[in-house]
Design a binder for this molecule. Sequence first.
Ligand code: UN1
Length: 497
Amino acid sequence: MTKELLNKDVLKNHINGEWEEPGELGSVNNPATGETIVKVPLSKGNSVDKAVRAAKEAQKEWAQVPAPMRAEIMFEVGRIMKERKEHISKLLTLENGKVLEEARGEVQEGIDMAFYMAGEGRRMFGQTTNAELKDKFAMSVRAPVGVVGLITPWNFPIAIATWKSFPAIMAGNAVIWKPATETPIMANELMEIFNEAGLTKGVVNVVYGRGSDVGEAMVHHDDIRVISFTGSSETGSNIAAECGRQLKKVSLEMGGKNAVIVMDDADLDLAADGIVWSAFGTSGQRCTACSRVIVHEDVKEDLEKLVLEKMKELKIGDGLNKDVKVGPIINQAGIDKIKSYIEIGKGEATLLVGGNELTGGEYKEGLFFEPTVFTDAKMDMRIAQEEIFGPVVTMIPVKSFEEAIEANNSVKYGLSSSIFTQDINKVFKAQRDLDTGIVYVNAGTTGAEIHLPFGGTKATGNGHRDSGVQALDVFTEWKAVYVDYSGKLQRAQIDVD
Ligand code: UN1
């Protein structure tokens, strides 16, 4: 399968329009089969330096290209991605493990982002406004920041890369991109597409390697003015501390402990569908995955029955098999983390179903974990507070709407939340009071659309957003421009007659 889809054994950094001969190499393994798919460079800081030098030069020229012309290239990127969707999706399943249907959905997010951002070529609006003096004009415009650094995760390796790189490019910046070492093939595919679409060389540079080498070098580089990172809260907070020292702009997208709230008037069948999909889709490896169900005690038993019933349909296995609904876990560290939380959960709450790694037979070579439900948890237990990043969900019974909101907001994260209810008053109160960047009504916690801002409150982020028009704020500076056409010196803020 790999050979049909990928005609190379080794990936290469892409710097200044050239594929760089690699030094030290690491392996990329298919998490469903354990098979090595390709080798990836484990670069060091010198590759980052080289890429930044190229990006600085390229950016000067690129910033002069009119935005509607940049958009022509972005439209072409979208067109090629659309044409190659099936191919890219299969490669995504091979390196990340997510089931093919979901991989197609992810690639589609990237296509949508290309067309949406290309449209910005003819918008990227600033403001014109009145000046406080006669014969004077005032406006604000977006200016590129220069060279930006993108650090992208393995769980949405192409979608998140497009949320960051497309607005960065459209705004006239040049990019240094470090993809996750687990999923470099998506970066290779997208880089090839940038080249085919005619992007100026040096505008996007891909440097593969570990966070401790390449990521560190990017964060410390004086000429990288913005870091946009998606990953763990721990790494994000370290990046922010260093960027703070250097007065470098940083945009962070990190953990979540997202909840579905089910009220006593909810359509329980619909709620169970929403829970099963958002908790176990992508094997729970989404920042937005549902990992808590806050349920009104009067409907708890009925809801549990429905969830357990629907979970029987979840065939676990290799995401390329058509009937599989839950794919593998990305790596051994992921499995170990999930297992440790199973032990924590057993000590705190009641294990309703699951809790095991799958090892024999068809699961022998891969990394698989059963969808798992804990119940009768309290909102302050570790299993109800900490991010697990796997197919594990914890039910927390509550007595009222107010208690449900309190439980939702009791975690340190604030990415996504959802409420199932038929009561319009509760709907509006919930969307106001749920302290998360994304709120769903009568749907699970996943499925954010690319034309809206993506991000969260509290320890999930630092006030910035990926995707949506808001992503442009990360990659631009606001410049205020005053034009005085009076022909004489007018002194603003000086009281004159
Ligand atoms: C992520 O898990 O980091 O809303 C991204 C969703 C997807 C994106 C998830 N559109 O679940």
